[in-house]
Design a protein around this ligand. Sequence first.
Ligand code: MEV
Length: 328
Amino acid sequence: MTTSSAPGKIYLFGEHAVVYGEPAVPCAIERRARVTVEQREDSHLRVHADDLSLDGFTVEYSGATDAAPDIDVSESLIQAAMGYVDAAVRQARDAADAPDAGFDITIESDIPLGAGLGSSAAVTVAGIDAATRELCVELEAEEIADRAFQAEYEVQEGQASRADTFCSAMGGAVRVEGDDCRAIDAPDLPIVVGFDGGAGDTGELVAGVRELRETYGFAANTVAAIGDIVREGERSLAEGDIERLGELMDFNHGLLEALGVSSRSLDNMVWAARDAGAYGAKLTGAGGGGCIVALDDSEETETALRFTPGCEETFRAGLDREGVRLEE
Ligand code: MEV
């Protein structure tokens, strides 16, 4: 039996613009998905997860190419999670040259599902690591990142960027620009997350930005301006200038809002954090609902978010410098 874990992430800067070749800076946070894998004697997959949904679920089906579980899984987010597990197993089988390997898989996660915190990437990354190790193959983190990206790309039908999977595999702060992904220096960041309990539809939100870009030249300039914020933000990260980072996050949120990907609950949480004295705050991920990220080394932002209409959960999560890892 093998257990691996991988962290979720927030976008400090650059979501959406990264789709158009601009750089983005995601940062891994101290919230993890853990995947336990035990090889079976047959080629079936049996997947159990308690905390991906309120009710938990167990499904058993006969192999990674047979995508239809024999137990009804009605929850769409759970179905999506199953897609990632399935694709991760395909990658692990391929890496270990074991096309018929079957597994019992248990998923535990403290990353809210579908909320822009990279939960699917963390499950995919940890799943590939655990399943390959179970088959006595140890992959470098870069290869796990690459295989996890292939898995996400397949599930998201070509819409995935490398940001989530690379960040989850490597940990820390990373810079992603097209296929070029690398780790970058960052100080400890006082990260506070606010979650509205919902999730935006990434495909629809990405399509909405595309339409705006095609309709208005200035929307293309807005996307390019986010790229400029990211480049400026990288300098502030290297200098450890948290005040400047906060200011740039505020700017980045304003431009995402202009691109139509914020929501009332996200804006409420962003303003609550700013009013509470955070260095800065912005939505993180695709938007439309889900999470905001703020930088604040006092308790004020968390306290304010607890009383903010639309905020269901708030937590502090430091920068996680460790990416995918084997759990003892
Ligand atoms: C979604 O988490 C981030 C987006 O930039 C889409 C992507 O990069 O794949 C909106």
